[in-house]
Design a protein around this ligand. Sequence first.
Ligand code: DQA
Length: 142
Amino acid sequence: KPIFVLNGPNLNMLGTRQPEVYGYDTLADVEAKCRALASEHGHDLVFAQSNHEGEIVELVQRARLEACGIVINPAAYTHTSVAIRDALVTCEMPIFEVHISNVHAREAFRHHSYVSDIATAVIAGLGIEGYMAALRRLVQLV
Ligand code: DQA
């Protein structure tokens, strides 16, 4: 079964978007690193990004049926989306919430997450290494 790595709005801009906060690696770089790590462990990877809340809901619904685990950076929807949370709650598999930046060291509106209390683990502030840390633990669990 594949691992799903899902990315929310504006993460397609990674590398050029506020590099002082999010770094210079692009989402394609993140995808390549995730694929390398997953394949080392014999796992297929579905890697996706969307700027649309409903599309992320549909990807999570697909993950519920197809995936063995989810790594998700819901980006701004972390702080707003009951719909993505509701979709994730139905997934009986490990769920890793990843943030590139340390959201707790930023604006107050980034301190609350609709996902953290239903996640297996939460990683924030490791840069894009957070995705790999999540994947390394995920492959141990599944
Ligand atoms: C983010 C943090 C969010 O607050 C922000 O809206 C993002 C990216 C991160 O990876 O640090 O778009 O999820």
